[in-house]
Write a protein that binds this ligand. Structure first.
Ligand SMILES: *[C@@H]1O[C@H](CO)[C@@H](O)[C@H](O)[C@H]1NC(C)=O
Ligand SMILES: *[C@@H]1O[C@H](CO)[C@@H](O)[C@H](O)[C@H]1NC(C)=O
Ligand SMILES: *[C@@H]1O[C@H](CO)[C@@H](O)[C@H](O)[C@H]1NC(C)=O
Ligand SMILES: *[C@@H]1O[C@H](CO)[C@@H](O)[C@H](O)[C@H]1NC(C)=O
Ligand SMILES: *[C@@H]1O[C@H](CO)[C@@H](O)[C@H](O)[C@H]1NC(C)=O
Length: 384
């Protein structure tokens, strides 16, 4: 039997040891530096016409971010006779590879003869438009699609892989996930530090925006509705219904039935809140992604949200604080009440969950003094 003799110096030693251990523990919990330096793999999970191009740009323009917009477009185009559900796994596999900067995954979907410009929406990626991908623009330059397109597309496709690996943050925007569980393997993957921003928008505003370019959505609609390659015009709002259903599934799974590995890895963002208070919402998204707002980005964000970016015609970029409400409420003057009723009917659950109020009459719809977007309630997460 060992007998411990408590003398003064032993007690002193134990006390010292305890203090050191506590200090180490304390530092571990209060050391944002280590986490900021780690790689981050962020998915902006959204749907068509929900402000995801805008939010994508907010990340793309950050000098620490390698961004791609809709890389899984290539999967859907190549296998358009399948359903979204069947394609989920291929989409997830592609997203995982891109996060790890392994661009060989595109071999399956692209011709052998290719260059940077073969990649869908490549010019929305600031990283592919600045040094070292394209030496004409500095890495911290704010780039735009049109000026990048004219000079940076001709470089070898393989450059994308090298450029990607130079960045601490890889951010991908996708509209092709309809189920959060599909992403669980990425959350459990030790080679990834995976996070999700789930971006939603009032389905009536989404429907209005989709109606303005109906043709463009017909092939994707067929995939969502599993029509074996037949193009579909979504006049019955079946696609909108599926989108709403998926938002409910994703939000509910992440909020009420969340497995522990989702902790600190899921964030819901409503486009209306971004429009209303851009800087506040953007800073929260950056914090979630362990990114810092630079003075230059702050100025740029102020510019684009106050309509001071001449030549930039994209809807998302012309929101000013003065007309912000009126941009997100344009549907109220444009959609017929009949259509609004149908959308409210197929999206009842999603609207209730996300805080969008239905309108009960045409006069209510047109009366802009009636606010139909409830203040966001930050719901408490519960872990299984
Ligand atoms: C490479 O890019 C340029 C324009 O950016 C294009 O004209 C050319 O056809 C591309 N080459 C290949 C092999 O894809
Ligand atoms: C799907 O379409 C292809 C060609 O259009 C056809 O050969 C195939 O039989 C169709 N499959 C089903 C299940 O209808
Ligand atoms: C913001 O807008 C002003 C005026 O148009 C322009 O001079 C400035 O370069 C812009 N800054 C950024 C960072 O976009
Ligand atoms: C893109 O940037 C260039 C120069 O940086 C500017 O001349 C042009 O107007 C911009 N285009 C758009 C669409 O913003
Ligand atoms: C936005 O507001 C302006 C002026 O208040 C008005 O002229 C315009 O029609 C409104 N636009 C929409 C889409 O509601």
């Amino acid at each position: 039997m060992v007998r411990l003799r408590f003398n003064g110096s032993l007690a002193m030693g134990l006390l010292l040891l305890q203090t050191v251990l506590l200090l180490i523990l304390y530092c571990k919990h209060n050391k944002p530096v280590a986490r900021t330096e780690a790689k981050v793999h962020l998915l902006i999970l959204s749907s068509w016409r929900s402000g995801s191009s805008f939010v994508g740009q907010i990340f793309s323009q950050h000098p620490k971010v390698f961004y791609l917009m809709e890389p899984a477009w290539h999967v859907w185009v190549s296998m358009f006779q399948n359903s979204a559900k069947v394609l989920h796994m291929a989409v997830r596999d592609l997203v995982r590879s891109v996060f790890l900067c392994d661009m060989s995954v595109f071999d399956a979907y692209m011709p052998k003869q290719r260059n940077v410009s073969t990649l869908f929406q490549w010019a929305t990626s600031r990283a592919l438009c600045t040094d070292p991908a394209c030496k004409i623009f500095e890495r911290d330059h704010i780039t735009n699609e049109s000026s990048c397109k004219t000079v940076c597309g001709k470089y070898p496709f393989d450059n994308i892989e090298q450029v990607c690996s130079m960045y601490s943050h890889v951010v991908i925007k996708e509209v092709r996930f309809f189920d959060l569980k599909v992403l669980y393997p990425l959350l459990n993957d030790p080679s990834l530090n995976f996070k999700v921003i789930h971006l939603v928008r009032d389905p009536r505003a989404v429907a209005k925006s989709r109606e303005q370019s109906r043709k463009a959505f017909m092939r994707d609609n067929g995939i969502v509705l599993n029509t074996n390659g037949t193009k579909v015009d979504d006049i019955k709002y079946e696609v909108i219904q599926e989108i709403c259903r998926s938002h409910v599934q994703i939000y509910e799974t992440a909020t009420y039935k969340a497995p522990s590995f989702l902790k600190d890895r899921y964030m819901l963002v409503r486009y209306e809140d971004v429009v209303q208070e851009p800087l506040k919402e953007i800073m929260q998204m950056y914090e979630f992604a362990h990114l810092q707002l630079t003075p230059k980005l702050k100025k740029w964000i102020h510019n684009i949200t106050h309509g001071q970016s001449p030549g930039n015609r994209k809807e998302a970029f012309v929101i000013t604080s003065r007309n912000a409400a009126n941009v997100s409420q344009a549907w109220r003057n444009i959609l017929s009440f009949e259509k609004v009723k149908k959308i409210q009917n197929v999206c009842k659950g999603a609207m209730k969950m996300l805080g969008y109020l239905p309108v009960d009459s045409m006069s209510e719809q047109e009366d802009l003094s009636i606010d139909v977007v409830l203040p966001r309630k930050r719901s408490q997460f519960s872990w299984l």
